[in-house]
Design a binder for this molecule. Structure first.
Ligand code: PA5
Length: 447
């Protein structure tokens, strides 16, 4: 069981508990708007009851496809996608994997990502690596037209066809896209690739529990049923009928909105476990893309402690007082490492002898929390018992639900991303894309 605990006690003093409790009726209304589809962005609420509506057939399909791909004894599974078509899978796989998997000789394929940048060296080096590896890949794009993954797919598909031939490549490529629209759908139909559909009512950053995330998580060897079960538990624990006092996503949404109103405009997601680095990246996309609109929104940032205590720690302790921290704390690590006694004690560490490394980490966590609160940084703590599929499933749904509730509290549409188009328009104009002639003329004048 991966039940999570939420402790907002260390925000009181900066904001009052009474003010937070006043959000109860607003959260209920917001939750009802999500439930009944009466709020902004109501065409994109498919994520709300997604965990409990995933069918046995769908899960088996992902698992069977993963088994089939793995039966080809692949060394590498490449996931091509960007934004919501990449971060969820990356976050979950990294959270659940051995830190040094890529250097260990075991049977699981390594999952690598492409199309999440346009780095020429990245693509060159990946293609070099794949020359003597067995591999398969998933091309993921809801719109089917996003430039970054499309470039990567064109290159990697041609390499694959050269290496394995067209016929065998067909059994090594999975396309995950919209049901009907987009270039990827057309291409997948023409080539006869196995495809999975991203439902119209689920936006990219809410799609980790669809085939977008689940296929590659299954290929990496993780238990997608336990992940979904964790998410279902959190879905039930935050439904419309769950009162504010028990509804953790609603409480989190209320506290962060009240902090925002009181000048704490930057939320830093903190972990003390390096496996959570990409979970923070996923969270940043979820909150940044959902809330940063109409001149409003908390700015989502992240740090990995204790590493970043030696870089960002100074600012957090004494810089501008516009920050608060949300710490994800993992109660029990998977493994045990005890600090040994050293007879000479030249490093002066014998006071730690016999203690687990995690005990030191937990005291760093506690000490940091007290220091930062003393320095004017409110602290929210979210604990999960273990970093396993169930715990991650709980966390995913917790943050998704809270994001919807929080966005409605801010008064914006948490399910669109109109601002993402601006750079694309300029890039296409600069690259002379057909159809952008006017924009090309206009932008060239500005250079
Ligand atoms: O959350 C979103 O909608 C975006 O981040 C998209 O996931 C991202 O832009 C990729 O889009 P697509 O899956 O259409 O290629």
């Amino acid at each position: 069981m991966g039940n999570i605990l939420l402790n907002t006690g260390k925000t009181f003093g900066f904001i009052s508990e009474e003010a937070v409790n006043k959000y109860a009726s607003q959260m209920k209304k917001n939750n009802e708007a999500l439930e009944n589809g009466t709020g902004k962005g109501c065409d994109f609420l498919g994520w709300n009851h997604l965990p409990s509506s995933i069918s046995e057939k769908e899960l088996s399909d992902y698992e069977e496809t993963a088994t089939l791909l793995n039966s080809k004894k692949i060394d590498v599974f490449i996931v091509i996608g960007i934004g919501g078509s990449y971060l969820g899978a990356k976050a979950v796989i990294e959270a659940l994997s051995d830190n040094f998997l890529h250097l260990k000789n075991n049977h699981k394929p390594i999952v690598l990502f492409a199309g999440q940048n346009i780095g020429e060296d990245y693509l060159f080096e990946l293609r070099q690596l794949l020359k003597d590896k067995e591999y398969a890949m998933a091309m993921i794009s809801k719109s089917g037209t996003t430039t970054e993954p499309s470039i990567a797919f064109r290159l990697l598909r041609q390499d694959m066809e050269e290496k394995y031939g067209k016929e065998e490549s067909r059994s090594r490529i999975i396309a995950i896209t919209d049901k009907k629209r987009g270039a990827l759908r057309k291409l997948a139909t023409a080539e006869g690739y196995k495809t999975f559909v991203i439902s119209d009512d689920i936006g990219g950053r809410y799609s980790v529990l669809t085939p977008v995330g689940l296929l590659s998580i299954a290929v990496a060897g993780f238990d997608i049923r336990a992940l979904i079960k964790g998410a279902v538990e959190m879905e039930k624990a935050s439904g419309v009928d769950v009162p504010f006092e028990k509804n953790l996503p609603a409480q989190y949404a209320a506290v962060r909105n009240e902090l925002y109103k009181n000048g704490k405009h930057i939320e830093i997601l903190v972990n003390f476990n390096p496996k959570l680095h990409f979970f923070s990246e996923w969270w940043k996309q979820l909150y940044g893309e959902s809330e940063g609109k109409e001149g409003k929104g908390l700015f989502p940032a992240s740090v990995d402690f204790t590493s970043d205590l030696h870089s960002m720690g100074q600012y957090i302790q004494q810089g501008e007082r516009i920050l608060f921290e949300t710490v994800i704390s993992v109660e029990t690590p998977d493994n045990k490492v005890v600090i040994p006694k050293d007879d000479e004690n030249l490093d002066g560490l014998n006071f730690l002898a016999g203690k687990r490394v995690d005990e030191v980490n937990k005291m760093a966590e506690l000490g940091t929390m007290i220091a930062h609160v003393d320095g004017g940084v409110p602290n929210i703590k979210i604990s999960i018992p273990k970093l396993d599929e169930s715990g991650i499933g709980h966390l995913i749904y917790f943050f998704e639900k809270a994001c919807g509730l929080s966005g409605y509290t801010l008064g914006i549409n948490p399910f669109d991303q109109p601002g993402v188009e601006a750079y694309k328009k300029n890039m296409f104009a600069l690259l002379n894309k057909p159809g952008y002639e006017e924009e090309t003329k206009a932008i060239k004048k500005r250079l």
